[in-house]
Design a binder for this molecule. Sequence first.
Ligand SMILES: O=C(O)CCC(=O)C(=O)O
Length: 318
Amino acid sequence: MATAIEIPAQPPQTIPESATTLPPSQPTPYALARESLDRDGFVVLPASLFPSFDLDSLRAAAARLTTTARAGKWPYIRTLPKQFPPWTSDVSQGIWGVQHLMHPSNPDHLTFAKSYFDAELLKYVAALIGCNEDEMVMELYNMLVRPDHAWSLRWHRDDIAADATDDEELERLGKPGYHAQWNLALYDDASLIVVPGSHKRARTATERGADPYEAHIPDQMVVELKAGEVVFYNNNILHRGVYDETKERMTLHGSIGTTLGSAERARNVLQHGVGGWVKDYNFADFDPDMEKRARGMRERLVELGKKSGEVEYFSKDE
Ligand SMILES: O=C(O)CCC(=O)C(=O)O
């Protein structure tokens, strides 16, 4: 079980009169989070770090959109039994995700936008990516929901194919990810399973030889989130989702990139279809600071789309 990182209270710093050197500075919570993410491939942040998240409003908005989606009235969905995009709008086998929470046609898009463009969340994103706020690129904001029957995703890395060789894996894992990806649980959620540290190495012989749906991989860890907690994770950590239809799941699943990103990153984002609506995104009712942040991030996504050309799917048929 993964627990939230301890963010130590900052002790008051007093400088003795006789001191000739400054006391060592305390690591900031942002730096601590970055250290955990780099070391383990994921970091769980306590809900107390994000006091402006309005869980009640988010839950109500999430429930409305999920009901609409299950009824086949929201075309942007992740449908069973498919793991990767593209998905159709056919809800006959149920859904496990709802896409494009900030789509302008969602009456609740502003509620979701407030959590996506949250000033404190963006500070963590900047620290975890290692970029400035004015280099951030708007990417995806989706929601993962419980399917209607037990179901699971196979072990995977989001952006490395299962048949990659050791050298191919290492080559890709050695490059920066140029984005931050997170899950914000609106209800307690234990669906995500990771192999800590696997974002820095090729798969072991055991992992490579395991059944794609193997229930127990050595060192695997269930990421247990309490409502309001956020896990940031490296999307190329070896991971899977195992879903329990009896437990409510409404977990917001976001990513933000940076202008330092490459065509590979553009493909990973744009394969989800965000390019189709982001140009029309309207910022009415945003507060001025949030609007400024959001406009900049939207413009940078539009620019990225222009440069990246034709978008291919990661794994079209799975
Ligand atoms: O359900 C989850 O938290 C994991 C989702 C996932 O692995 C994916 O979308 O690739």
